[in-house]
Design a protein. Structure first.
Length: 124
């Protein structure tokens, strides 16, 4: 019983480890190169207010995710939600993996980090 409880408690950590993080710099580079599909898991209202450039609204398109993702199953897919303390991104990451995608990452900074970076003064 003790082993089962420990296993259940560590399961979220194991699942999160299956999806490596991507940095803001690397995400921006992938977006600029058009080599990433980005999935916003914050909900349609939040998506309408702000989202990562080129992201899709998971709430609106989640049921049709298979048709929205690239044909290449090794293509980079990145999921994100509100920020570092939010775990909603795992829904989209898990769904993409279940569809056979092998290069699925998460953007832990989320929309809060994306907006903060956009508001930061540029250093020359």
């Amino acid at each position: 019983m003790r082993t089962l409880i420990l296993s259940l408690l560590t399961l979220p950590l194991i699942l999160a480890a299956d999806f490596p993080a991507i940095t803001l710099t690397d995400l921006k580079a992938a977006i600029a190169a058009k080599t990433v599909t980005v999935i916003d898991v914050n909900g349609t209202e939040s998506f309408t207010a702000a989202h990562v450039d080129g992201a899709m609204d998971y709430e609106a398109t989640g049921k049709d995710l298979a048709s929205k993702l690239p044909a290449d199953k090794s293509a980079l897919v990145v999921a994100y939600c509100g920020g570092p303390s939010c775990g909603a991104w795992k829904k989209a990451a898990t769904a993409a993996t279940a569809l056979g995608y092998t290069n699925v990452k998460h953007f832990p900074d989320g929309i809060s980090g994306w907006k903060k970076a956009a508001e930061a003064p540029k250093v020359n």
